[in-house]
Structure formats: structure tokens, C-alpha cells
Design a protein around this ligand. Structure first.
Ligand code: ZN
Length: 205
């Protein structure tokens, strides 16, 4: 039986989280949610690669959002020029993902859910804070007592994640983190830019 369920998007952060847990001997399972984002195929390909590379099972859930809810750059599939007020925030996304993960975890009697949020230099999205995760855990425990949400990277920045990924030996190029293009790193969105600079930043461990 798995001890933990990792929300795996195929991006660098969640992939490093899952692989680090697996490497440290945790019996984990990954869960990938296709909610209709335009990069779902590329993300899923990366998530499948990571799961097979690290040797854990991956559950794929298809739960596409209705078109009226699928708004913003995650659903547009068109790389744009850099916009200073670029927003990739999809309100309630983390609650939605955690709810799906909790439903699956409860079926499988898995008590721990892991999510790979990290520290960013910009203002964090409201659903990536400790306050949010504590509240989400409290709400989800009403239906599933004993469930714990873990967010062990919340105080780590992207460069530290790259450093950890390198230490594990994770093939970073196989992960996919873009928030705008469906099948390549657009090099315009905040995720691509963070990833680019972090990979070029030297870290003194
Ligand atoms: Zn991008």
C-alpha cells in the first residue's frame, strides 16, 4: 500500500518532490490531473516519464473543466509576447486538485498528499500559502479524517529545486513546466523564465 500520493504535473518542482520521496524509500504513488489545460499532453508525457524513471505508479485522472471555467493562459495555447502583468493564476485550482487527490487517496486509504509548491520571488498565489494548505487540510479532513497535506518545498526557491534535482540525477529536460505553450517551453511565461534562470544559477550547497 502506498504511504503517500504526490500531485504530479510533470513540472520540475513536483517531479523533484516525487523522485526525492521515492529515492528516500517512501512508497508513493503519483496522480496526474488532466483538467483540460492545453499543455496536458506534454505534462502527462513528462509525468509518465518521471514515474517510470523513479519507479512509482502514476494514476491519471481526466476531469476537464467546463469551457466557461477554463479561462486564462493555461487554456489558450498561444505563446504571447512578454506581458508585465502576465497572470497564470487559475482561481481555486489547488483546491480542485487537492479535492481530486483526496477523493482518490480516500479510496486507496492513503493518508498523505504531497504538493510541490515552492517559494517564489513574486507575491505567492493565494492558494500556495501555508494558511491555504492548513485550511484546505482542515476542510478535507471533514470527509477524510487523518488526511495530511504536505508541502515540503514551500521555503525552497527554484534554484534549490534544480540543485536537488541534479543531486538525485533527475533528467530535468524530461520535465515540462510551461504555462502557455502546449508542447514546448515558450521562454516567455514566468515558469519558463524561472526555470531558465534557476538552471543557470550556481548554488553553494
Ligand atoms: Zn512557458
Amino acid at each position: 500500500m502506498s504511504e503517500g500520493l504526490v500531485l504530479l504535473s510533470g513540472g520540475l518542482d513536483s517531479s523533484t518532490l516525487a523522485c526525492n520521496l521515492a529515492r528516500n524509500g517512501s512508497r508513493i504513488e503519483g496522480i496526474f490531473v488532466d483538467y483540460g489545460q492545453s499543455m496536458a499532453i506534454a505534462e502527462m508525457r513528462a509525468a509518465k516519464f518521471v514515474a517510470s524513471w523513479a519507479g512509482f505508479n502514476l494514476k491519471i485522472i481526466k476531469s476537464p473543466l467546463d469551457k466557461s471555467l477554463a479561462v486564462g493562459c493555461l487554456f489558450e495555447n498561444r505563446p504571447r509576447k512578454w506581458e508585465t502583468n502576465f497572470v497564470s493564476f487559475l482561481p481555486q485550482r489547488n483546491m480542485f486538485l487537492l479535492t481530486i487527490a483526496a477523493m482518490y487517496a480516500q479510496q486507496k486509504n492513503i493518508k498523505n498528499i504531497y504538493i510541490g509548491v515552492i517559494k517564489t520571488s513574486a507575491t505567492p498565489f493565494p492558494d500556495t500559502t501555508v494558511d491555504f494548505f492548513e485550511a484546505a487540510q482542515k476542510a478535507l479532513r471533514k470527509s477524510y479524517p487523518g488526511l495530511t497535506i504536505h508541502y515540503p518545498f514551500i521555503n525552497m526557491d527554484k534554484a534549490s529545486i534544480v540543485s536537488l534535482a541534479n543531486k538525485i540525477g533527475l533528467p530535468i529536460d524530461a520535465t515540462f513546466s510551461c504555462e502557455m505553450a502546449a508542447d514546448h517551453h515558450c521562454m516567455q511565461c514566468p515558469s519558463c523564465i524561472d526555470r531558465y534562470w534557476a538552471m543557470r544559477c550556481k548554488i553553494n550547497d
